[in-house]
Design a protein around this ligand. Structure first.
Ligand SMILES: [Ca+2]
Length: 93
């Protein structure tokens, strides 16, 4: 499978793995987001185990303020982080 398609599938699977844990299967609550950040982003986001940091990230991501992070909101964060990583990558070339 082409790499980009593979990456899209992985993103969808990763989101589903956490969003399906409790409550609404198609969105992340704060506990689910925390787990996803810790397990899937680790060092990249630094201090996801800091409660204030998780609260802040959750608030930033939940752009429609329904107290849940849906796939669209999640993907916009991934996009943003990917761009940041890309800029870093270019600067190191
Ligand atoms: Ca939301």
């Amino acid at each position: 499978m082409p790499e980009v398609q593979q990456a899209m599938g992985l993103l969808i699977n990763a989101f589903d793995k956490y969003s399906s844990k409790e409550g609404d299967k198609f969105s992340l609550n704060k506990a689910e987001l925390k787990e996803l950040l810790e397990n899937e982003f680790g060092e990249l986001l630094g201090k996801a185990n800091d409660k204030a940091a998780v609260d802040g990230i959750f608030k930033d991501l939940d752009t429609n303020k329904d107290n849940r992070v849906d796939f669209r909101e999640f993907v916009s964060m991934v996009c943003c982080l990917t761009q940041m990583c890309h800029e870093y990558f270019i600067s190191k070339k």
